[in-house]
Write a protein that binds this ligand. Sequence first.
Ligand SMILES: NC(=O)C1=CN([C@@H]2O[C@H](COP(=O)(O)OP(=O)(O)OC[C@H]3O[C@@H](n4cnc5c(N)ncnc54)[C@H](OP(=O)(O)O)[C@@H]3O)[C@@H](O)[C@H]2O)[C@@H](O)CC1
Ligand SMILES: Nc1ncnc2c1ncn2[C@@H]1O[C@H](COP(=O)(O)OP(=O)(O)O)[C@@H](O)[C@H]1O
Ligand SMILES: [K+]
Length: 517
Amino acid sequence: MTHLLTAQDMREIERSAMEDGIATGAELMERAGRRVVEALQAEWPDGGRTARRAIVLCGPGNNGGDGYVVARLLHGLGWSVSVHGMGATEELPPDARANRQAWEGIGSVVPLSGDLRIGQDRPDLVVDALFGTGLTRPVDGLGGLFRDIAECRALGCPRVVAVDLPSGLCSDSGRVIRAEGTEPAEAAIAADLTVTFHRPKLGHYLSEGPSFCSRLVAADIGLRPEATAGKGVPLAAARAAALAKNNASHKYDNGHALVLTGGSGRTGAARLAARGALRAGAGLVTVGVPASAQLEVAAQLTAIMLTRVDDGEELASVLEDTRLNALCLGPGLGRDRVRALVPVAVKAGRGTVLDADALTAFEDDPAALFADLHEGCILTPHMGEFSKLFPDLAAPLKAAPESGPATSRLDAARAAAARSGATVLLKGPDTVIASPGGAATIAASVYERAAPWLATAGTGDVLAGIITGLLARGFATLDAAASGAFLHAEAARGFGPGLVAEDLPEELPRVFRALGV
Ligand SMILES: NC(=O)C1=CN([C@@H]2O[C@H](COP(=O)(O)OP(=O)(O)OC[C@H]3O[C@@H](n4cnc5c(N)ncnc54)[C@H](OP(=O)(O)O)[C@@H]3O)[C@@H](O)[C@H]2O)[C@@H](O)CC1
Ligand SMILES: Nc1ncnc2c1ncn2[C@@H]1O[C@H](COP(=O)(O)OP(=O)(O)O)[C@@H](O)[C@H]1O
Ligand SMILES: [K+]
């Protein structure tokens, strides 16, 4: 399982490797530079040409130090290399200084100026080794150069390789550190290939990170895997063994999910959720309908059952059947039904997914919702819904982050979980999931797992249903949310272009089979 690290985690791992004599800083830097060169050779094997030209941009810290190693190695491979560096040699940290001096035995270091324009030179490659995990404030005075690089890159030349992290990006949040009023494109360098070391960082997966990294390689620099134990946030995955059904089980062993719907004409969302719950493997799924929608829903369902739930009292009486062990409220529910049903549902103490209307209906008084939430509850907002329930936590995500580490979507989800007492799943290509105790996971549909066809109406309803189905099957809360988000994205990837929400539940059997369930 891949764990995403913070910059602090990485510094600790590096420090303990040096203390334990696993490697010196100089060795790690040499390996880092070498891995970058190997990765770019593997990425662009068209390098048979002899007269290749690279511009290497080196910052004032150890990221710059990696850059001087890359410059030296490319030179050794016959590249024509020009190096533009920040800071005076004697002010660089020791390993970076030594590598700059080694480069100065080969070529010169031109002081980096914001007036540099690579368009005139047309290099084949730009190596961005300005800033990595140590960026703490907006990059000053290089906006023109960054724009120039972006414009040339858009024309197909040069290729840009980022050392560890695209400069300007915050390693912990994936957000571009920039002054209010500046554009991300003038505050960070977008890369074609990003080569990071040991393990990916949170910033490679969150927010703008993937679009600035483009492609990500995590290269081994000889740090021990054990050093990472207990650190980082796992990427969500699903386990075949947990998803398999016991051969001796009967339907009630796999739980009974209840999905509440709104009135006539707005039952599609709950039906999508119910289908998601059924395909996720719940033993039974029932839709709770008001009188006005009974015929409409009955005409549309077959394997899914139906029960009348007109008000809170009826819901309480339906929930006397303790075999109903997982509830889903929100998709298409309507504000009035939310107010009537959500308090009853939450007080019943079952695994409960609250989505859509069940969140926004509490916009005026989120505390009224939070008062009754318990550890079996999962809130599944997208950013708009999140902003309504947690406006103060959403605000820093909307403002330009002027210092690093910047508040991340993960920080916001963790704070929301702690405040609400429920697991919070904040949706997006970088879905973050946090439980009230602080445990978290990231279900990212980025890089080779991109699932852009999920951006269509109703897919969130299916996600709520899949998670409800897993809760019904007995998955622990965080696991249900994480596995559900993973399966949902895999279903979208499996179906591919043209996906609409209805396709997602029907794709799940193929996802299970591919996982070896
Ligand atoms: N950890 C590991 O295991 C390994 C790490 N390795 C490499 O080290 C990198 C981390 O190095 P790092 O800590 O020196 O930070 P880095 O990103 O070079 O920047 C810090 C410098 O920039 C400065 N500075 C910051 N913001 C600025 C701004 N806006 N404008 C101007 N200056 C600014 C800051 O100055 P200060 O804030 O101190 O004033 C400081 O001088 C990491 O990304 C990886 O590439 C590898 O060698 C292999 C093993
Ligand atoms: N570009 C994207 N890449 C990956 N997943 C996405 C993308 N856009 C949306 N999604 C996912 O699709 C779902 C959309 O849910 P939501 O916004 O609630 O839509 P709806 O309310 O129409 O069902 C979420 O699971 C979200 O994470
Ligand atoms: K960099």
